[in-house]
Design a protein around this ligand. Structure first.
Ligand code: NAP
Length: 247
């Protein structure tokens, strides 16, 4: 089998963890395409970085993701790495959560991980190249608060999906792993800690007593994406400052 190409697609690549992953993969020598919902956000994040290909697409829209992946393949060949970072958080107790909010959170976080994974994996398989997929799940997959029910359910799905994708894709030399962060200093993370229940439950008992820098999560992603993690598949790496270790 050929080597894994040093080309990558990062969903949610205009902001937060996704943008940090784009930067870290560039630093590791990859050619990178940042995929995100808003062309304007991509432009604002990456117009000064000519090496970054900007792909505006909604991760819940099969036709849009297919067109974006086709464009990336035309520009740099089959991606060796896919990182699924696009995600949304909506705070509400499940007694009050609306259908619209539940559907949006599950659709973006869970289906929005499945679709790019299937579409990119099909391209890898067709080209006969090995690859690596890294999904961003959350400590919310392992425990819930009163306010994060839909999000926790969606991330539990991402964790299970990660294992299932690893099983489905293994025979083609495609590894699939996840990173399970705790609170990160990104727009989404700062919005989440504005919820006092979440802040007390999470940040209050973090062993490291601080939000993570997105670059610290990106470093874990780059490790799992690369050859150094060549024997790791179907795994979830917790990078949470010690939240889950501490009651
Ligand atoms: P972020 O800064 O809000 O970035 C997420 C990006 O995804 C945004 O650019 C967003 O665009 C984009 N996006 C949203 N819906 C999309 C869609 N349908 N199609 C394409 N792109 C879409 O969030 P983040 O904090 O970096 O989070 C990244 C991932 O880490 C998410 O999966 C999140 O659940 C997970 N995570 C975050 C934390 C944390 O504390 N921040 C902790 C654990 C896990 P818009 O801004 O236009 O919506």
């Amino acid at each position: 089998m050929t080597d894994q190409p040093k080309t990558a697609i990062v969903t949610g690549g205009a902001s937060g963890i996704g943008a940090a992953v784009v930067r870290a993969l560039l630093d590791a020598g990859h050619t990178v395409a940042a995929l995100d919902l808003s062309a304007d956000a991509l432009e604002a994040a990456w117009s000064d970085e000519p090496g970054v290909i900007r792909l505006a697409a909604d991760v819940t829209d099969r036709a849009a993701v297919t067109a974006a992946v086709d464009e990336a393949v035309a520009r740099f060949g089959v991606p060796g790495v896919l990182v699924n970072c696009a995600g949304i958080y909506r705070a509400s107790n499940l007694l009050d959560t609306t259908d619209a909010d539940f559907d949006a959170v599950v659709n973006v976080n869970l289906k929005g991980t499945f679709l790019p994974s299937q579409i990119v994996a099909r391209a890898m398989v067709a080209a006969g190249v090995p690859g690596s997929i890294v999904n961003i799940t959350s400590v919310a997959a392992s425990e819930a608060t009163e306010e994060n029910g839909a999000y926790a359910a969606s991330k539990g799905g991402v964790t299970a999906l990660t294992r299932a994708l690893a099983v489905s894709f293994a025979e083609h030399g495609i590894r699939v792993n996840g990173v399970q962060p705790g609170p990160i200093a990104t727009p989404q993370g700062l919005a989440a800690v504005a919820d006092p229940v979440y802040a007390e439950r999470m940040v209050g008992r973090m062993l490291l007593k601080r939000l993570a820098d997105p670059a610290e999560i990106a470093a874990a992603v780059v490790f799992l994406a690369g050859d150094g993690a060549g024997f790791i598949t179907g795994s979830i790496l917790t990078a949470d400052g010690g939240v889950l270790a501490h009651r």
